[in-house]
Design a protein around this ligand. Structure first.
Ligand code: 3PG
Length: 306
C-alpha cells in the first residue's frame, strides 16, 4: 500500500524517520509531500495513495475524489475541522485523528502565552504575575486538563467548563466547575480556549463574553481562530483598554488589532502549538501505527466517521 504524508507544515525529521520505519517495516511504501505551495499540488499527489497522513492540511471533497485508491486518512493531531468527513464517508474512506498525542505541546504553549502577556510581551514595562490569579478553561479535554494541571502547579486557581463533563468529573480533573460561560468569563483573569471549531462554536466567543471579564483580563486562544467573533473582539478591546488577546491562530484582523491595541494583542506568526519534536513524534507515529494496524487487522479505533 502507498502511504502519503502530506504536510504543508512538515513534521520534525525525527518524526518522518519514525513514520517511514513503521510504514516500511509493515511492507508498505512511504511517499512525502512537504511544504507544498498550492492545494492543487496536494490534489495531484493523492492519485495513487491508499492512505494519507495529514496535519491541518485540507482534506476536501476534491482531494477525496482525486484519491481513487484511498482507504484511510489520519489527521495526526486532535482537531479534524480540516477533514471533509461526509466526503470520506461517501467514498468509503475511514477518517481518524490521534487524540491526546500533541496535547502537552499545546498546553505548554498556552501557559507560555499567558506569562508572555502578563509580562507585557517581554518588554521592560512592568508586568504582573500569574500566581494567585484565576484561570478559566473553556473545554476540559486532553489539552484543557493539562493546562489546568500546569497552571495549578504555578499557583493559579483553576476553573473549568465542559458541555460533555459532569461537575464531579471537572473536580476529579483538578478544577472548580463553573456553572456557565458567563461565570467562567466573569471570574477569570485568564480564559484559555480549548474548544473545536464546529458549526455550534464558530464565532461563539465575542463581545458579550469578553465584556464580562474582570479588569486586566487576557483571553488565550490556542484552539481555532474561527471560534472568535473578530468584530466583537475588536469592539471589546476598543471599549475595555485593560483587556488583552493572545492567540496561536492569528485572527484575520490581526494587523488592525495590533495597530490599534499594540502590546495588548499578540499572535504567533504560524500555528505552532503542536510544533515540538515530541508532539510530532507522538502524533506522527500514532498515525502511522493506526494505518498499519488498519491494513493488518481492520482496527477502526479513533474512526471519526462511524
Ligand atoms: C491539532 O488540532 O491537533 C492542533 O491544532 C495541531 O495542528 P497542526 O498539526 O496543524 O500543528
Amino acid at each position: 500500500m502507498k502511504v502519503l504524508v502530506a504536510t504543508q507544515k512538515p513534521f520534525a525529521a525525527v518524526a518522518v524517520a519514525g513514520i517511514k520505519k513503521i510504514v516500511e517495516e509493515a511492507g508498505h511504501e512511504l511517499v512525502l509531500l512537504e511544504k507544498y505551495a498550492e492545494q492543487s499540488d496536494f490534489v495531484a499527489a493523492v492519485a495513487d495513495a491508499d492512505a494519507i497522513i495529514v496535519r491541518s492540511d485540507k482534506v476536501t471533497a476534491e482531494v477525496v475524489e482525486a484519491a481513487k485508491n484511498l482507504k484511510i486518512v489520519v489527521r495526526a493531531g486532535a482537531g479534524f475541522d480540516n477533514l471533509d468527513l461526509a466526503a470520506c464517508t461517501a467514498h468509503n474512506v475511514v477518517a481518524m485523528n490521534t487524540p491526546g498525542q500533541n496535547s502537552n505541546a499545546v498546553a505548554e504553549l498556552a501557559v507560555a502565552l499567558m506569562i508572555f502577556m502578563a509580562r507585557t510581551q517581554f518588554t521592560p514595562a512592568t508586568g504582573s504575575e500569574i500566581q494567585g490569579k484565576t484561570l478559566g478553561i473553556q473545554a476540559f479535554g486532553n489539552v484543557g486538563r493539562l493546562v489546568g494541571a500546569k497552571a495549578a502547579a504555578l499557583g493559579m486557581k483553576v476553573k473549568a467548563i465542559d458541555p460533555f463533563l459532569k461537575p464531579e468529573q471537572i473536580v476529579a480533573g483538578g478544577a472548580e466547575p463553573a456553572k456557565d460561560l458567563a461565570e467562567l468569563y466573569g471570574t477569570s483573569d485568564f480564559v484559555s480556549i480549548h474548544i473545536p471549531a464546529t458549526p455550534e462554536t464558530i464565532g461563539s466567543i465575542g463581545y458579550d463574553l469578553l465584556m464580562k471579564m474582570p479588569k486586566g483580563a487576557t483571553l488565550v486562544n490556542t484552539a481555532r481562530k474561527e471560534v472568535i467573533d473578530e468584530a466583537g473582539l475588536e469592539k471589546a478591546l476598543e471599549e475595555r483598554p485593560d483587556l488583552k488577546y493572545v492567540a496561536d491562530v492569528a485572527p484575520d484582523n490581526l494587523a488592525v488589532l495590533q495597530e490599534k491595541f499594540g502590546l495588548r494583542v499578540f499572535a504567533t506568526p504560524k500555528k505552532m502549538g503542536a510544533q515540538t519534536s515530541e508532539a510530532n513524534v507522538n502524533a506522527g507515529l500514532a498515525a502511522a501505527r493506526q494505518i498499519v494496524d488498519f491494513f493488518a487487522t481492520g482496527n477502526t479505533r479513533f474512526q471519526l466517521n462511524k
